[in-house]
Design a protein around this ligand. Sequence first.
Ligand code: NAP
Length: 455
Amino acid sequence: MSKAQTINPANGQTVAEYERIAISKAMEKVAMAKEAYNSWKEKSFAERSQLMHALADLFDASKEEYAELATTEMGKTIVQARKEIEKCAWVCRFYADNSESLLGKEMVGTEATKSYVTFQPMGVILAVMPWNFPFYQVIRFAAPALMAGNTGVLKHASNVQGSAFALEDAFIKAGFPKGIFTNLNIEANNVKDVIEDKNIAAVTLTGSDPAGRSVATIAGANLKKTVLELGGSDAYIVLDDADLEKATDLATLGRLQNNGQTCIAAKRFVVLDAVYDKFLELFTQKMRRAKMGDPMDESTYYGPMARLDLRDEIHGQVVKTIAQGGRLILGGTIPEGKGAYYPATILVDVQPGMEAFDNELFGPVASVIRATDENEAIALANNSQFGLGSGVITSNRERGEKVALQLEAGSSFVNRLVASDPRLPFGGIKNSGYGRELSGYGIREFVNIKSIWVD
Ligand code: NAP
């Protein structure tokens, strides 16, 4: 049996090894999740809500422990890891408090004596999850899915198995019955067998688009619903009336938070000609000043990338972009020493057809793109296979909103970095996936929207 090995990307040291479970054992766990579902679906919202609140309280109480685990396994700064755990508690409380009304019966006026729509759980949902927010991504799926009456089985990313087991343990400690949330420590190539199992009702995947395509193909062949939250190459348009200090503060944070490894991170900055030079000067200064270092150090702005192979991959993308005519303004060199560090990097003269324009750069590398006017900026922003998030930076809110409405993306934020928020739907279009998480839209993804007619 193979092992999942977790490695601290800050120093290359092995953190732990987790023996994979055999696929037969995984199927037993899925069967247990199905059995648990049969009683869980009968529980009232109040009963489920009490447990979800207990889980939120546990996140608060164990914040430091979980944050340190996330930092150790994937390198995000401890400051940001704490925020991730706080967000888990927020999402748990949001669904604990709102699921009953979000899934309330909808009466419909027809010729029937009574007709309405009701939302019933589907069964066991398989969640295939990434490492970049090792706690939050899982909770973003699990809190609504479980509050709706489903149970969940998790195939987490191999490099964050400690976080996966900590989550399973957290559900048990919070009082959830066994089988409501289970970590399947399986390899990616066993996911097919799990999807095909009769006890799995639906699948959600957050990750890269190749993984999404593979999982959706298998689920489709088995007529099982999928929600896909995939990659992005979010464009931020900086208009000619923007406050450039603010714009470059946002750009620096947007590109470097979570060590540059956020699906909705600002990746392509499309800047109007009139402010391009000043934007680039300020942005370069701020990116240069941002402190890279030990993610456990409270003063570190960004830490290492999550794995050496990912660091090497992004470096290859930078080199390729330069070979295609992009120009390197900052960074772009692998530092000496241990760890998967990659410096804040800026590429300019980036155009459609180049690696940094066409594909996702999942690390601390920004592309700055010049646009002659607003229309060209919108066209450049939309010239992407992805459509996850997008932004507009301007001193004119109305103008910003008009531009935001024209951007092809699941979210467009004016004067703020795109962030997921349980009150708003979250998801993408084009190759960024389909379906929505969070809000009422998210909780209705894994339910049977059922019509009742009483004549
Ligand atoms: P990834 O390589 O696609 O892995 C994601 C998960 O899928 C992991 O659990 C992985 O398992 C599994 N997996 C990989 N290939 C698979 C396959 N063929 N069949 C079944 N499972 C498979 O992505 P990642 O590197 O962890 O995450 C980075 C990507 O996720 C980026 O593209 C990012 O933009 C995207 N992302 C999107 C969102 C969103 O909400 N839209 C949020 C976060 C991240 P192993 O670890 O065992 O390989």
